[in-house]
Ligand binder design. Structure first.
Ligand code: SF4
Ligand code: SF4
Length: 136
C-alpha cells in the first residue's frame, strides 16, 4: 500500500466523524448572544406618553401622543440603536435578542392605553400617520 493514501484517508475519516460546520437553518438556529439587537419591545402600562423616546429616535420610528394616549413604532424605520431604551425613564422599552421576522410590508404597531377591545399580545395595531408631528 502506498503511503500517499494515508493523508487522504485520514482527511476523509476526520471529515466523516466531524460534526457539520454549517447549521440546517431554519430547523437549527444559533442561540442569540447576550447583546444581540433583535427587536424593540414596548410595555404600555407605565408609559406616561412623555414623548422623550420619540424625540430621541434618530430615524423617527416612534410616534407618541399624550393627548391620544398612543405609542407607535414603525419597525421598518427602527435601526435598533437603543436610544429609546436608554432614555425612557419608566423602563417601558426593551431591546430583545430575538430577531424580528422578515417584513413583507411596512409594519407599524400602535399601542393605545385605554383600548378596551380584543388586543393582540403586543398591543393594538391601528392606522398611524407616517410622518412624525413637527416639534419645535
Ligand atoms: S415609552 Fe417611555 S420615553 Fe416613551 S413616551 Fe412612554 S414613558 Fe415616555
Ligand atoms: S432603537 Fe433607536 S431607531 Fe429603534 S425606535 Fe428606538 S431610538 Fe428609534
Amino acid at each position: 500500500m502506498s503511503w500517499s493514501w494515508f493523508p487522504i484517508s485520514s482527511l476523509v475519516t476526520k471529515s466523516a466523524l466531524h460534526r457539520p460546520v454549517t447549521r440546517l437553518y431554519p430547523g437549527e438556529r444559533r442561540a442569540a448572544y447576550a447583546r444581540t439587537r433583535g427587536h424593540i419591545e414596548f410595555k404600555i402600562n407605565d408609559c406616561t406618553f412623555c414623548t422623550i423616546c420619540a424625540v430621541k429616535c434618530p430615524t423617527v420610528a416612534i410616534v407618541a401622543s399624550k393627548q391620544d394616549k398612543t405609542w407607535a413604532i414603525d419597525y421598518s424605520r427602527c435601526i435598533l440603536c437603543g436610544n429609546c431604551v436608554d432614555d425612557c425613564r419608566e423602563g417601558c422599552i426593551e431591546l430583545k435578542t430575538a430577531p424580528w421576522p422578515p417584513m413583507l410590508a411596512k409594519e407599524v404597531l400602535t399601542f393605545r392605553k385605554d383600548y378596551e377591545g380584543p388586543q393582540p399580545p403586543s398591543g393594538v395595531a391601528v392606522a398611524l400617520p407616517v410622518e412624525k408631528p413637527k416639534t419645535s
